[in-house]
Every structure is written in structure tokens, then in C-alpha cells.
Design a protein around this ligand. Structure first.
Ligand code: IMP
Ligand code: MG
Length: 185
């Protein structure tokens, strides 16, 4: 798991206002989620689908906390087009490599904000007739929700602020930070 290395200094071109979730809190929660996922799917072979690019850091940590056999795949969508507000339009930029019909599918998302991206994804994946379809999200901003979405496994509920780090970006940057923080934009 990605620990903050002693003495490592991240170079930021925008100052960090505050750190919302520290690396050790993220690690502890991800281990817990891995245990929950393992317990839920024991005896099955779930397919963990990471939503690129934001969900990739979370997936790589989560999969090492999942102790049962499983497979992974990736799906790239775009909804933000670089800003800090959702545009409401979701596009599949790169589709899955696997056929999910009859599979136990777990969507691994970085953050559920308005819920529009996930609603679209659930609809698209449901059409392909998976055996089951669940959602694991690291973060949720309940206050920003425009549509209700079911979250089966959740890391943290956070306030309605724009966050970066641990996979989440602002204009494609800051995904490398080992914590969840708020930039001083
Ligand atoms: P939604 O469709 O509004 O729920 O947006 C979901 C997607 O927007 C997430 O998968 C993220 O890629 C992005 N997003 C939402 N909130 C944030 C944030 O605070 N920081 C970085 N990306 C975000
Ligand atoms: Mg994302």
C-alpha cells in the first residue's frame, strides 16, 4: 500500500489548503473495504471494474486488500472535461475488455459527486446482463447529489468541496498525492 515515504516532498504548483484524509486513514479504510468485498463475494469470482482515470489508485490498493480470487478490468469515461463542475454529459472513451454477462461486477469509483456518471454507467452495464452489479466508492459528496445512486461499499462521506489526490485530479494533475486534499484554487 502506498505509504507516504519519509522525507518525500510533493511539488505542487498550487498550494494545498488542507489535508482532508491522511495516508494512514486511507490505508485503514481500504483494508476494511477489502475485507467487506472479500466477505461479500467469497465463493464467486468477482470482476472489479475501475473507472479511469480517477479510480485507478484506489483499485490498485483495494485489490491487494481483497483476499479472494478476482479479476480486474477498466472503463474510461469522461464527464468533467477538465473543470471542477460536471457537464452532465458522460462519454465512454474506452470500453471494457471483458464480457460481463453472468458476472459479479463491482464498479470501483473514486468519488460520487452529482451521481450522474454512476447513473449512466449502471444503466449501460445493466444492459449487458451481469449476474450482479454493485458499487464501491472511496468518497461520496452526499450534498452534491442530483440523482440518487446506490453505494454498496463506501470509504468516506466528505463535504461538498473539490478534492484532489489518491487518483483524483484537478486538470489532470495531483493524482499522485498519497492523501485527499483541498487545493487553494
Ligand atoms: P459525478 O458524475 O458528478 O458524480 O462525478 C463523478 C466524477 O467526477 C468522478 O468520478 C470524478 O472523476 C469527478 N469528480 C467529482 N468530484 C471531484 C472532486 O472533488 N475532485 C476531483 N474529481 C471529482
Ligand atoms: Mg472519475
Amino acid at each position: 500500500m502506498q505509504e507516504k515515504l519519509p522525507g518525500i516532498q510533493y511539488e505542487l504548483d498550487v498550494p494545498m489548503r488542507s489535508i482532508l484524509i491522511a495516508p494512514d486513514e486511507l490505508n485503514a479504510r481500504v483494508l476494511d473495504l477489502g475485507r467487506q468485498v472479500s466477505d461479500t463475494y467469497r465463493g464467486r469470482l468477482p470482476l472489479l471494474i475501475s473507472i479511469l482515470k480517477g479510480g485507478v489508485v484506489f483499485l490498485t490498493d483495494l485489490m491487494r486488500a481483497v483476499t479472494i480470487p478476482h479479476e480486474i478490468d477498466f472503463l474510461q469515461v469522461s464527464s468533467y472535461e477538465g473543470g471542477t463542475k460536471t457537464t452532465g454529459t458522460v462519454r465512454i472513451l474506452s470500453d471494457l475488455g471483458s464480457n460481463i454477462a453472468g458476472r459479479d461486477v463491482l464498479i470501483v469509483e473514486d468519488i460520487i459527486d452529482t451521481g450522474l456518471t454512476l447513473t449512466y454507467l449502471l444503466k449501460q452495464l445493466e444492459i449487458r446482463q451481469p449476474r450482479s452489479l454493485r458499487v464501491c466508492a472511496l468518497l461520496s459528496k452526499q450534498e452534491a447529489r442530483q440523482v440518487h445512486v446506490p453505494i454498496d461499499f463506501l470509504g468516506f462521506e466528505i463535504p461538498n468541496v473539490f478534492v484532489v489526490g489518491y487518483g483524483l485530479d484537478y486538470q489532470e494533475k495531483y493524482r499522485n498525492l498519497p492523501y485527499i486534499g483541498v487545493l487553494d484554487l
